[in-house]
Design a protein around this ligand. Structure first.
Ligand code: HEM
Length: 424
């Protein structure tokens, strides 16, 4: 099962709580913030008709729900498929489902704790801090490369997503795992086809394509795992194959799921935060030179980019037992949605919530989630963003938009299709 979907229709939803917005409508995708303002104005959970489940938009609710153990990413540990109306797994997505089976994102304790403990060490701040020189080198190389190509081809603009934002996190996570930097474009291609499964309105065509990508990706990784078993190296893949906890090792399936999750999660959101961040800075009218004056200011600027235009807007959970949640009746298996993109713009939590203000002191946001699924890659993503954005604006102080940026039409992801800029 790719994304969590509501299985049985809710009944008795008060008309006043229903809200309608088509997540595929171009206007919505380009700017969902008007819809979020509507939700904040009501200041109560809303039943989002198109998704068919309750959604929470306030910062308070989203932060609390992310930590609430009565909701989970997994449901089959407390209910049978029959009980909650979940269809049997489908043959045409079997390869994709296999990659999801042991994904940290889909597990609950104790399976989640065991797997997370085994990979967490590689992602703690102390460890990822050592990657700073490599990230800086890559950022500089990317800028050199697109400046050279443009001078050579006499072009006066470049797509910053392709030429800068995408390659850096993809290469870094590939190298951490122990895959060659040259494989990054192929990994990106597989990953893009697979994450399409999390979009609103997935078609059978998307399912087939994601499944084919999953099959190719797993074949490739099985080969690399076999190589590492013969010749261990100093990389995360070797660590995952050999690490033992209480005398137990990870199975090949667990290693596959984890590597694919790390590769997919490890670049997609960072790429889009870089693009959205550059757009926010350029559109704010602020002088970029004032935004990276110290490490602390650079960190604050990055937090504001994450808050103001988050790359992931909605995450869901299953309700693990029948309950009443703040007046809403929930049954076991019901889905709830937490709107991170909306929570980050909650006027009850942030002063001038709709203004981009890298000097604010109330910037703590929910873009990385919270609770047991809190993003394992947050320390790495923060370092990548701090280095990428500060290096870009230091080297190209006259950077500006060459055309109005457009977002991809794939809610709940929120990232730019391309970001054409000039710097002369
Ligand atoms: C700006 C960049 C990023 C954002 C905004 C982001 C956001 C998130 C969010 C919101 C979650 C929690 C989802 C939920 O609660 O259901 C999450 C989980 C996760 N993220 Fe990230 N992420 C980013 C970068 C990364 C990077 C660089 C990596 C890996 C290198 C990564 C790996 C993961 C993993 C493995 C999980 C699952 C953790 C678990 O379930 O225990 N992410 N991320």
């Amino acid at each position: 099962m790719a994304a969590i979907v509501q299985l049985t229709p809710y009944t008795n939803i008060p008309e006043t709580a229903r809200i309608s917005a088509d997540p595929q409508a171009p206007g919505f995708v380009q700017n969902p913030y008007g819809f979020y303002q509507q939700l904040h104005a009501v200041s109560a959970p809303a039943f989002w008709d198109q998704y068919g489940h309750w959604c929470f938009a306030s910062f308070k609710d989203v932060s609390a729900l992310l930590r609430d153990k009565r909701f989970g990413r997994e449901i089959l540990h407390v209910a049978t498929r029959e009980e909650i109306g979940m269809p049997q797994p489908q043959a045409h997505t079997a390869d994709f489902d296999l990659t999801e089976q042991y994904s940290l994102l889909n597990l609950e304790p104790p399976g989640h704790t065991r797997l997370r403990t085994l990979v967490n060490r590689a992602f703690v701040s102390r460890h990822v801090e050592q990657l700073r020189p490599r990230i800086l080198k890559l950022a500089n190389e990317m800028i050199d490369a697109f400046q050279d190509i443009d001078a050579f081809q006499d072009q006066d603009s470049v797509d910053l997503i392709k030429a800068f934002a995408a390659p850096i996190p993809a290469i870094i996570i590939a190298e951490m795992i122990g895959l060659p930097a040259e494989s990054a474009p192929q990994l990106l291609a597989w990953s893009n086809r697979m994450v399409a499964m999390y979009m609103f309105g997935v078609t059978r065509e998307v399912e087939l394509d994601a499944n084919a990508a999953a099959a190719e990706f797993t074949d490739y990784l099985r080969g690399v795992i076999a190589e590492r078993r013969k010749q261990p190296r100093e990389d995360l893949l070797t660590h995952m194959i050999t690490a033992e906890q209480n005398g137990e090792r990870l199975s090949d399936e667990e290693v596959l799921s984890t590597v694919i999750l790390l590769l997919n999660a490890g670049h997609e959101a960072t790429v889009h935060t870089t693009g959205n961040g550059v757009k926010s800075i350029l559109e704010s009218g602020l002088d970029p030179a004032t935004l990276f004056t110290s490490d602390a200011q650079t960190a604050a600027t990055v937090e504001e980019c994450l808050r103001f235009d988050a790359p992931l807007h909605l995450f869901t959970r299953y309700t693990l037992s029948d309950m009443d949640y703040n007046g809403i009746t929930l049954r076991k298996g019901d889905v709830i949605g937490m709107l991170m993109g909306a929570a980050n713009r909650d006027p009850a939590r942030f002063a001038n919530a709709s203004s981009f203000d890298p000097f604010r002191t109330d910037g703590a946001n929910v873009s990385f989630g919270a609770g047991i699924h809190f993003c394992i890659g947050a320390p790495l993503a923060r370092i990548e963003l701090q280095i990428a954005l500060s290096t870009l604006f230091e080297r190209l102080p006259r950077l500006r938009l060459a055309e109005p940026p457009q977002y991809n039409d794939v809610y709940p992801f929120h990232g730019l299709q391309k970001l054409m800029v000039r710097w002369d």
